[in-house]
Design a protein around this ligand. Structure first.
Ligand code: TXA
Ligand code: MG
Length: 531
């Protein structure tokens, strides 16, 4: 199918759009929130085509767009009285209201539900197209399902060219995130999706409203979604997105310490510190962040980076909508760098005595985290498993879990594969480490310590306040390894020789602890005096 490109500045183009809609076709239209993929809401066959073009799950209901209040009574069982003050204050505009539906609404619009979602957009072109069509228009966002919503005509063309009848260019969407969705079918009314109209604004009309748990958190397995759209991973670029909480200083240090090319999605004026950066609005200004968010998420893939770290907005006002979209694009991965205790990174050659040092620090109130345990946990994460299976082959999964020996065999045979393994597992280890550090804070520990053989090869240094290496003479280490692991001198030497030399560790560490049998307590004081 050839997609007709129409321009909203030409009135006959709007008439053409309306005609296509009247004939059961699909037209992408501009609205003030995001572009919508419209069809005649009263024509079930036309509505079904929307799901096919977008690749949208069938159970995800659509919003019906009207251009006047008179169009609403035929769509609903009864008009909820509270609609009028809402309409008075927020319509036309970025608010969608859910009410019990009438039989005139085809099942395809809101499958298996007894409700319908209605919105009166403020974008003049959207209103004119609805008026000219003479019917209400069902329209989800005009993106391929799962991708960030489109805020300019080029986004629509990227996703849907050749799959829909026409697209109307009406410029860049001013709000930038989809409408606020509130249902009047519950008591009290419930916010299902935050958007351009804030919770505070809604409550000024409706009184206290409930907030669906899906707004801020991932639904638990089997939990029913009040708004089906909220249960899907959404708004996601191909790159692995992580939301980063905390000050810009912490964010900057964290990003600059990343081992693999990462894209910094940050606020205005912050991008100049990074090689790959996209700015998406002003800090503390939810409206400007909302405006730039989806464009930024689409640009992430153009940077070619495998991962993106996004500065976290303030989670209130319009920022709530920004955060709600971001955590979905990040599959709910959030790292909170707001850490109030010192974090010690501990490493060293095998047999040097890292465990002895961490044991002594634990006796002095330090919370010790073993990176090996986190690495094992990281490869239990289904998302990590599927990324590894995609690269190393499905047969590294046996009975749903990873065959770690086979993975190691394949990865260690070649440097590029090793790099790929680290790039997939290390960021997850870092995320888990931050979670542990927050547990340490809560437990009242005076510091946290991360014991990691590959500290300097991973991005764990990004979260360390300072680093420590333990050193010991080669002969001492050899004896310790043989005794500790009950292995021969030859095997112990093989392990030792596989590691980097002592100078490497000394050159990178802030503190060097000499563990050759002297006064270790004295050495440890070097660390304790820094926390
Ligand atoms: O700003 C917007 O709302 C844009 C523009 C085009 O108007 N539209 C939009 O539609 O975002 P869509 O389909 O991408 O998102 C609609 C959301 C989904 O999360 C869906 O599950 C929810 O609204 N929804 C629609 N009807 C519903 C209903 N009857 N009950 C519960 N949730 C409903
Ligand atoms: Mg959508």
């Amino acid at each position: 199918m050839k997609t007709l490109k129409l321009n909203s500045k030409i009135h006959t183009d709007l008439e053409t759009a309306a005609e296509i809609l009247g004939n059961g076709g699909l037209v992408a239209i501009p609205t003030e929130t995001v572009y919508g993929l419209a069809a005649n809401a009263l024509d079930a066959e036309a509505v079904k085509k929307i799901f096919v073009a977008k690749g949208r799950p069938n159970d995800n209901p659509l919003i019906v767009h009207v251009s006047s209040l008179e169009e609403i009574p035929p769509l609903v069982e009864t008009v909820d009285e509270r609609l009028y003050p809402l309409a008075e204050k927020f319509w036309p505009g970025p608010l969608t209201v859910i009410m019990k539906k009438s039989p005139a609404v085809p099942d395809a619009v809101s499958p298996n539900l007894d409700t319908v979602a209605i919105r009166m957009p403020s974008h003049p072109d959207a209103r004119e197209i609805i008026r000219l069509s003479g019917v209400p228009l069902a329209a989800p966002s005009a993106n391929a399902s799962g991708k960030p919503s489109p805020t300019s005509v080029s986004h629509v063309v990227d996703d849907l060219d050749g799959k829909i009848d026409a697209v109307v260019d009406g410029g860049i969407c001013s709000v930038g995130v989809e409408s606020t969705v509130v249902t009047l079918a519950t008591e009290p009314p419930t916010l299902l999706r935050p958007g351009g109209v804030t919770v505070e604004e809604l409550e000024s009309v409706l009184g206290k409203i409930a907030i669906s748990p899906a707004v801020l958190e991932k639904l638990k397995d089997g939990e029913k979604a009040e708004s089906p759209g909220m249960k899907y991973k959404h708004y996601a670029p191909k790159a692995r997105v992580t939301v980063v909480k905390g000050s810009f200083e912490k964010y900057k240090k964290f990003l600059l310490a990343q081992k693999e090319a990462a894209c910094a999605v940050c606020f205005e004026g912050e991008g100049r510190y990074f090689e790959n950066a996209i700015e998406y609005g002003k800090e503390n200004d939810g409206a400007s962040q909302a405006h730039g968010l989806f464009e930024a998420l689409r640009e992430v893939d153009e940077s070619g980076c495998g991962s993106a770290f996004v500065r976290c907005p303030m989670i209130d006002g319009v920022g709530l909508a920004v955060y709600n979209r971001l955590i979905r694009s990040a599959a709910f991965r959030v790292i909170d760098l707001d850490i109030s205790i010192p974090v010690i990174g501990l490493t060293g050659q095998t047999g040097a005595g890292k465990s002895t040092v961490s044991g002594l620090l634990a006796e002095n109130g330090v919370y010790c985290i073993d990176a090996d345990i986190l690495a094992r946990k990281a490869v239990e994460n289904p998302e990590v498993i599927s990324a590894l299976a995609e690269y190393f082959g499905n047969d590294i999964i046996v009975d749903g879990s990873l065959d770690r020996h086979e993975l190691a065999r394949r990865a260690f045979s070649d440097a590029e594969k090793q790099r790929m393994l680290n790039a997939t597992v290390h960021p997850e280890v870092t995320r888990l480490a931050v979670e542990e550090i927050h547990k340490a804070e809560k437990s009242g520990a005076n510091a946290a310590l991360i014991d990691a053989a590959l500290l300097f090869e991973s991005d764990l240094t990004a979260i360390c306040s300072f680093t420590v290496t333990v050193i010991a003479e080669k002969e001492t280490r050899l004896e310790r390894i043989m005794k500790r692991d009950s292995i021969s001198r030859e095997d112990a030497l093989i392990r030792m020789n596989a590691q980097k030399d002592e100078e490497y560790y000394i050159g990178k560490a802030d503190i060097v602890i000499n563990n050759n049998g002297g006064n270790l307590a004295e050495e440890i004081r070097k660390i304790l005096s820094k926390i």
